[in-house]
Write a protein that binds this ligand. Structure first.
Ligand code: GLN
Length: 441
């Protein structure tokens, strides 16, 4: 714990407001005492981990990397984090991320851009960028990210580690600051499939405090280690055959397909929605949901209040001074698609498309056991570039957002020189995802 804290102190880019030094050292001393007394210890006892700064951990700052919540301290602890504490894991840092999860580069933050673990001139990815880089650099053993449209899987890919977005609802969202509630997922980033499995098991389960949470079975070590049960996999043709995909990413992906075929597995090319439809459906719904979720941050109950002449002015000034440009873009966009005169035309169309996308997945999983895809069409941009071109940033989410809309379990695994591949299974088949990833290793 001390060694990791020292590393984090020297490399502050991945840290939000708080390094949890004193509480971490106290917890570590308790574990030491237990061990010297010969007591049995929990599965994660003494393991130092990081938390994306969108999770409540009682008594710590939870800023969402935003100016608005810069001084906000959590009044309670998120269910997923509490389960990790109960298993003995030690939180050592609240991690830098895109403000409120809004972004794909971890540059939309008041704590400065997160630098890529492999090439520090490039972005760390986002929005769970600090979490991915901490794991990649061995500053934490694992980190807890949040994935609404790719925010665990994409930074995992950019930093060549593992990152899982479980089936929606498998882990309670209670105490996760809501971005888009219908796709928000809690998930782990780590350096091995085994670590992902252990942390997933600890956090999973139905929670009375989150009505969308679901019961699930623990995934055993044997289930993952067993010989492969996957007979047929599919990939989306249009994800590979288009002008936008980077050549190296395409070649690495095609090499993976060949490797899978050589293992005797049948590979099918599948039809899917075009990238621009996926991106616009996702952003329509995500912006609508975030406009609604963030409406409570007006400086009255929460937030960095800026007093003005009257209440209405106070709301307006607090919000316009404290939210970032990217967050404001989303609130304005979201309120527009929900407004009278627009909602039928845009929001309801988004919902209808989402149903069609889910239908498409259901049909696909009648034919194949697993879908694989690249994580991103492009390689990580240089720090500074994404901020100049938000539309290009949205389009870089083309391969992750579909699985979010479908609420499917998807794991990023590192691959060759590019940005990783995603392994996806039908809803609640998280075990299959981990098993197939292990088989591909
Ligand atoms: N980049 C996507 C967005 O900005 C996904 C973010 C996320 O998963 N939190 O919406």
């Amino acid at each position: 714990v001390q060694r990791k804290l020292d590393l984090l102190k020297k490399n502050t880019h991945n840290t939000a407001n708080s390094l949890l030094e004193s509480s971490a050292l106290e917890l570590a001393a308790k574990v030491d005492a237990k061990i010297s007394n010969g007591e049995t210890i929990g599965v994660l006892e003494g393991i130092p981990f990081g938390i994306k700064d969108v999770y409540m951990l009682q008594g710590t700052y939870t800023t969402a990397s935003s100016n608005l919540l810069k001084h906000y301290k959590s009044a309670y602890t998120a269910t997923a984090i509490q389960k990790l504490l109960d298993a003995g894991a030690i939180p050592i840092v609240k991690e830098n991320c895109d403000s409120f999860g809004h972004g794909s580069s971890s540059e939309n933050t008041i704590f400065g851009a997160v630098k890529n673990a492999i090439n520090p001139e490039l972005v760390g990815g986002g929005s769970s960028g600090g979490s991915a880089v901490n794991v990649a650099k061995d500053y934490t053993i694992f980190s807890i990210g949040g994935d609404t449209g790719g925010s665990i899987r994409q930074p995992a890919g950019y930093n060549k580690i593992y990152g899982l977005k479980p089936t929606y609802g498998r882990i309670s969202r209670y105490g996760l600051m809501a971005y888009a509630s219908s796709t928000d997922c809690v998930g782990p980033l780590a350096k091995s499939i085994e670590d992902i499995r252990i942390v997933l098991n600890v956090m999973s389960g139905k929670d009375a405090k989150d009505q969308t949470s679901i019961e699930s079975e623990s995934i055993s070590e044997e289930t993952i280690a067993n010989t492969n049960t996957v007979k047929t996999i599919g990939y989306f043709k249009n994800f590979i055959e288009n002008d936008a995909i980077d050549t190296q990413i395409k070649n690495d992906f095609l090499a993976s397909i060949e490797k899978i075929k050589a293992k005797g597995i049948e590979v099918k090319a599948l039809d899917f929605f075009k990238s621009d439809i996926l991106v616009s459906t996702y952003y329509t719904l995500a912006m609508a949901e975030t406009a609604s979720n963030l409406s409570r941050l007006d400086g009255t109950n929460y937030g960095n209040r800026i007093e003005s002449e009257n209440l209405k002015e106070t709301y307006a000034v607090t919000r316009s001074e404290n939210f970032s440009e990217e967050t404001k873009r989303r609130i304005v966009g979201g309120n527009q698609v929900l407004s009278q005169g627009f909602s039928d035309e845009i929001y309801l169309k988004g919902l209808a498309l989402r149903d069609q996308i889910s239908e498409n997945f259901n049909k696909d999983f009648e034919e194949v056991d697993i879908i694989i895809s690249p994580v991103t069409p492009s390689t990580p941009p240089k720090i500074g570039d994404s901020l100049k071109d938000p539309l290009a940033m949205y389009l870089s989410d083309a391969y992750t957002v579909g699985f979010s809309l479908g609420q499917l379990p998807t794991l990023t695994i590192p691959q060759g020189t590019s940005t990783g591949i995603q392994i996806t299974a039908a809803k609640n088949n998280d075990a299959h995802v981990l098993q197939f990833a292990n088989f591909l290793k």
